[in-house]
Design a protein around this ligand. Structure first.
Ligand code: PLP
Length: 439
């Protein structure tokens, strides 16, 4: 290790809050699907900043667009109008394919916060539907509708409401009490969902493909059931597409790759890949009429009225110019199709390895989950307590392939959407070699 690398580690140890478990890798620069470490070693980057670098590193068109905007106007606050934000909003509504409006923020957790606040405001201020439940003498119209149902093993971000919404105990530990009004039920289980609905329920929030828990897609029938249940009970159907949205599954809308074009949610959150590496979050809210308790009829898309919500940095001209370019490259270079074709190719090639150490390969488009066999620890001779997914990711680093662990037994491939067939084949060969050295 060089003296500078030792110094960097020491600076982290002294000055950076140790909330992340980091791999022993110091990265210096990237180009396309490759990154280099400080020692000059080259890696194939199949993590892409955890599904963020949609076009890999330093795409020339994005560098040019950002550089131009950097010399034009970087930030104004949301007290004023700017052209790049207007154009990005128009583009995102076009991608959903149905009338609605966009709110911009900075991250996935913050995009989901906007969804929770829409659900709260809807529950507090919109006229509830005709009573379905009775609770003793009290009918549902007299009760507070504030509860959002989410799912076990989901992940919705690290804010206090985000961990309350998330269906994993490990993110909540030490931060109790949780924010009131969240409840988790088993994923892909319609009877369990129905059983959890009460007069307090106001919304259902789900990831169409659970990402952090190892790439687990919702069933098409389940997504349709959620829509039907929301319609029947007057609930909002909200989708967290922070990881699976905007191209990763081979469609702008991850849910459409599962349930088809006809299924329309009431709100969607995005972040990660939207600006190819610049921090940006956004939500789409459907233009649908709602009846307010105060008597007026408004659009759900206008529920967050002036002064009700906001953020200083949301949707700066700089980040919106970058996002417009990233999304334009995805469109003009046919990268949705690339994600579909190469995602299928990757899954087939991984299965063709025929390794007994791989239990399952799953996913949609370039969101690929590789689940290691239960016997991996024994077969690979792991020490007591060693985590198979972390062990595997470290071995792949040594073989110059970056991937992302999920839970104890899964690793994720989330390469840039412009990855080539040759790069996929190279990654499969590296993985195959590492697995062969273990079994
Ligand atoms: N929602 C999903 C589905 C995610 O995968 C993530 C991050 O991994 C988040 C929300 C949180 O996003 P961020 O880390 O940008 O706050």
């Amino acid at each position: 290790m060089t003296a500078q690398a030792v110094d960097t580690l020491e600076l982290y140890r002294k000055y950076v809050v140790p909330n992340y478990g980091r791999f022993d890798l110091q990265l210096s620069h990237g180009k396309g699907c490759r990154v280099w470490d400080e020692a000059g070693n080259e890696y194939l980057d199949f993590g892409a900043g955890i599904a963020v670098c949609s076009l890999g590193h330093c795409h020339p068109r994005v560098v040019a667009a950002l550089s131009k905007q950097l010399g034009t106007l970087v930030h104004t606050s949301n007290l004023y109008y700017t052209r790049p934000q207007a154009l990005l909003a128009q583009r995102l509504v076009r991608y959903v394919g149905s009338p609605g409006k966009i709110f911009f923020c900075n991250s996935g957790a913050e995009a989901n916060e906007a969804l929770y606040k829409i659900a709260r405001k809807f529950g507090n201020e919109a006229e509830p539907p005709a009573p379905i439940h009775t609770v003793g003498e009290m009918v549902e119209t007299e009760r507070n509708r504030i509860e959002i149902i989410t799912f076990k093993n989901s992940f919705h971000g690290r804010t206090l409401a985000g961990i309350s919404a998330t269906g994993q105990d490990k993110v909540k530990k030490g931060f109790e009490p949780m924010v009131e009004g969240f409840l988790q039920v088993p994923f892909n289980d319609t009877p369990a969902l129905l059983a959890a609905i009460t007069p307090r329920t106001v919304a259902i929030l789900l990831e169409p493909i659970q990402g952090e828990s190892g790439i687990k897609p919702a069933d098409a029938a389940f997504l349709k059931d959620v829509r039907d249940i929301c319609d029947k009970h007057g609930l909002l159907m909200m989708l967290d597409e922070v990881q699976c949205g905007l191209g990763r599954t081979g469609d702008w809308c991850g849910w459409k790759t599962i349930a088809g074009d006809d299924l329309l949610p009431d709100a969607v959150s995005w972040a990660k890949g939207i600006a190819g590496g610049f921090p940006l979050g956004a939500i789409w809210v459907r233009d649908k009429k709602i009846q307010m308790k105060a008597g007026s009829e408004i659009s759900l898309a206008d529920l967050l009225g002036p002064g009700s919500h906001g953020t200083t940095f949301g949707g700066t001209p700089l980040v919106c110019a970058g996002a417009n370019e990233v999304l334009d490259v995805i469109e003009s270079e046919g990268l949705l199709e690339n994600a579909r074709i190469l995602g299928d190719h990757a899954k087939q090639a991984l299965l063709a390895l025929g390794s007994p150490l791989i239990k399952e390969v799953r996913g949609i488009g370039l969101m690929v989950g590789i689940e290691l066999d239960e016997n991996f620890a024994t077969q690979a001779g792991l020490k007591e307590g060693a985590v198979p997914s972390l062990h595997m990711v470290n071995l792949l680093h040594a073989a110059r392939l970056l991937t992302v662990p999920s839970g104890t037994h899964s690793i994720r491939w989330l390469p840039p959407l412009n990855v080539s067939r040759a790069e996929i084949d190279e990654a499969v060969a590296i993985l195959g070699k590492v697995l062969a050295s273990l079994s």
